[in-house]
Design a protein. Structure first.
Length: 263
């Protein structure tokens, strides 16, 4: 962890009078008390309601009771490791997960993303950067939730191509009549492709337009494209819909097969 310190005081943001927004609930899971205290302190000062636990089993129990809107999850935990905790959390619902890891090995980062994590941050990291990542992920999740609300605003027209139907209003997608179990990021990525058929998109563009980030590890995009292909392609190893454009990025081809090679 970097040497960014934080005092032990905390504030959940709240205030007297009026109907102020309820602060988003965040669960921090890390067995290092210093890391946990620093992360929780920064998040509380940013206005979030934060609870912390130190092991995987406690994380699952607390998540069931606290119902967090986002989980900051360390990879290395006693009992259940972060990968298994992430898998079980995502099996219960689409709660966003940002994974923390002290490892520099790309395989570990990719494993977290493949288990459903929305993002990862490698230790040592800047707590301020983590707060920005949390804010970005919550904005995307909130936008997805707003699309399901009744009344005007949000949502947009249903998107259909290549046997895929995606409804931003209900936040549901299907392929050939079979509902797709998509994470928030996968849903947003698929919607972006469907809205721009035949166009080539660089990884930097996708990170900016889908993730809302101007910075970050581009392997995040690569892994999410791979996960999305596994759900919409007949043969993910030879993709026909989400094709690689060498030297550029990806292109969604609803009409059929130019050469598609998995990246």
């Amino acid at each position: 962890m970097s040497g960014d310190g934080v005092s032990g005081s905390s504030s959940s943001g709240g205030g007297a009078g009026g109907a102020e927004p309820v602060p988003a609930r965040i669960l921090v899971v890390d067995d290092d008390p210093t890391v946990s205290e620093v992360v929780a302190g920064y998040l509380r000062r940013a206005g979030y309601a934060v609870e912390s636990v130190a092991d995987g089993l406690s994380a699952l129990d607390r998540a069931a009771a606290f119902r967090p809107e986002l989980v900051v999850l360390d990879l290395m935990l006693p009992g259940l490791d972060g990968l298994e905790v992430c898998r079980r959390l995502r099996a219960e619902g689409p709660v966003p997960v940002i994974m923390l890891t002290a490892r520099g090995d790309e395989d570990d980062r990719i494993a977290g993303l493949e288990r459903g994590a929305d993002d990862y941050v490698t230790k040592p990291f800047s707590p301020r950067e983590l707060v920005l990542r949390v804010s970005s992920v919550l904005r995307r999740a909130a936008a997805a939730g707003a699309a399901t609300a009744p009344g005007p605003g949000g949502g947009g027209a249903r998107l259909t191509a290549a046997g895929i139907t995606l409804d931003p209003t209900t936040h549901r997608a299907a392929k050939d009549g079979r509902e797709l179990a998509l994470t928030v990021r996968e849903f947003d990525l698929l919607a972006h492709f469907l809205r721009h058929p035949g166009q080539a998109h660089g990884r930097e563009e996708l990170m900016r337009e889908v993730w809302g980030w101007d910075f970050g590890d581009l392997s995040t995009v690569t892994v999410h494209v791979r996960r999305l292909r596994a759900k919409v392609e007949e043969d993910p190893g030879r993709p026909k819909l989400i094709q690689t454009v060498w030297g550029v990025g990806y292109r969604f081809e609803p009409g059929g097969p130019h050469e598609g090679v998995a990246a």
